[in-house]
Design a protein around this ligand. Structure first.
Ligand code: PDD
Length: 278
């Protein structure tokens, strides 16, 4: 299939990057994954705004003005115009001799492609998750391609036959390895506040809006691991996760939370989420 690479569309196996690309050598880059429901972009402006925020935070000078049109083109070129899909894009600092400081005047390397996504399975599934320590750096608001800590954690859960991780820092849940966490207790939704400890999830923002529409109070505050016993429902959100119920949490070989049924608040939000995307 085709990719858009440094200004041109080409078969993916013809796209070549330099061994001195700072994305390859140092993980010096950013990425975004934007959903398309039945070919229509979902919250595209929010995804572009987040990329711009991140570019600014790590001082990569990259013009994003053509990205909206390019994403639409990626979807249509992949034959996904009527389908559920996502567009992956990545900007790395560019090619330069290896130094820890970033050199001035390098041209960023850019990659984009569309891929099919199954966007409705989540109402029929639940995830079992591993609770483990958040090993990431202190700027998780930057959607960096340096994902080593996420990969280490998610590989541990994968090896145990589990679906995702719930990460904890100093006794509080932060987020998943590639998703946002919501807790429901006594009809109130809790999710970690925005800031350097989590990625500002676009799906998180949509679900908070849905809570407001459905009169579900939202508290944007970190949830303590010690209060897990009082929780009624847990679900995860994300571009590729949507609104996924959690049925079991495992920590150090023990089940610390179990909820075999998808809870009523989660169900309501799943239905509202699907309605929003159709
Ligand atoms: N992951 N938190 C982390 C650490 C993430 O990597 C993601 C997204 C989210 C949810 O963000 P959003 O709702 O904007 O997709 C939260 C993407 C999809 C990925 O890594 O593939």
């Amino acid at each position: 299939s085709e990719v858009y690479f440094n200004g041109e569309w080409m078969p993916y196996d013809q796209a070549k990057i330099s061994v001195f690309d700072r994305g390859f050598m140092l993980g010096d880059g950013l990425y975004e994954v934007t959903p398309f429901y039945e070919g229509k972009p979902f919250r595209l402006e929010d995804h572009l705004a987040r990329l711009e925020y991140c570019l600014n935070e790590i001082m990569i000078d990259f013009d994003t003005s053509s990205l909206k049109a390019l994403k639409l083109e990626a979807v249509s070129r992949a034959g996904l115009s009527q389908k559920d899909a996502a567009v992956y894009m990545q900007v790395s600092r560019g090619v330069a001799p290896r130094t820890h400081y970033f050199p001035e005047d390098v041209k960023p390397t850019f990659l984009m492609y569309a891929f099919p996504v199954k966007l409705e399975g989540f109402q029929h599934k639940q995830w079992r998750v591993l609770v483990s320590e958040d090993l990431r750096w202190h700027r998780c608001d930057i959607k960096s391609t340096s994902l080593l800590a996420n990969i280490k954690s998610n590989s541990e859960s994968h090896r145990l036959g589990l679906d995702e991780n719930l990460l904890t820092r100093d006794g509080y849940f932060t987020e998943g390895s590639h998703s946002t966490i919501f807790f429901i207790r006594n009809g109130i939704a809790y999710t970690h506040p925005e800031g350097p400890q989590i990625l500002s999830g676009i799906t998180r923002k949509v679900v908070i809006e849905l809570c407001r529409e459905l009169n579900i109070p939202v508290k944007e505050q970190a949830f303590p691991v010690s209060e897990l016993e009082s929780v009624d429902e847990v679900f995860l959100t994300g571009t590729t996760t949507q609104v996924m119920a959690v049925s079991e949490m495992i920590s150090e070989g023990k089940t610390i939370y179990a909820q075999p049924e998808i809870g009523p608040v989660t169900r309501k939000l799943q239905e509202a989420f699907v309605a929003k995307t159709r």
